[in-house]
Design a binder for this molecule. Sequence first.
Ligand SMILES: [Fe+2]
Length: 194
Amino acid sequence: MDVFHGVLHEDLQGWFDPVLISLQETDTLVCAEYQISYRGRMAQFLGLSDRADQTTTLPITIEYCYPHYRSHLQGISALYLMRLPVGPTESRSFAMFFFKVRLPKWSLRWLQPLLNSVLRRFFLLKFIAQDREMMESEQQTHLTHPEQLYVEINPAIIAVQRLTVRQYEHFVQRSSGELPANRRKEILGIVSSE
Ligand SMILES: [Fe+2]
């Protein structure tokens, strides 16, 4: 998962022009902060701007605690994405999305079920369908051309790849000793395709 794929969600009025402004890496976590821009009716609805044609730039924090992911948009929204690997090429994802809306509190009791349903159907599921198509396409490309070299330019994603390999190595060391060099190379190939 990479915030540099905003162009994929262009028609859903997602974010654009991401700029990585800080990156921290520990043994178990990668935390990246980006400046990203929003524009459109959805940005207006979420209170990011007063007018739909106005561009708003905000910092977003993304934490990769592989295989899980969480992001926070400065007091506006939070996304928790929990992933369950179910095989070498397949994983299941569970997402929780929280956001602030600019509506009177008294109206939420009546509007919340409707809003949940409308946003889920016309917004969140569309985002997820685009993400799923992208992931499946990348995985299929890797399976079809496993020898193809892959170049990653985002330092945050390169850090996530290191984290993924470290966690896999820890797992292998705990369960069956040293990770063979050819298996490490294979895993790096899989990681690069995500
Ligand atoms: Fe996405």
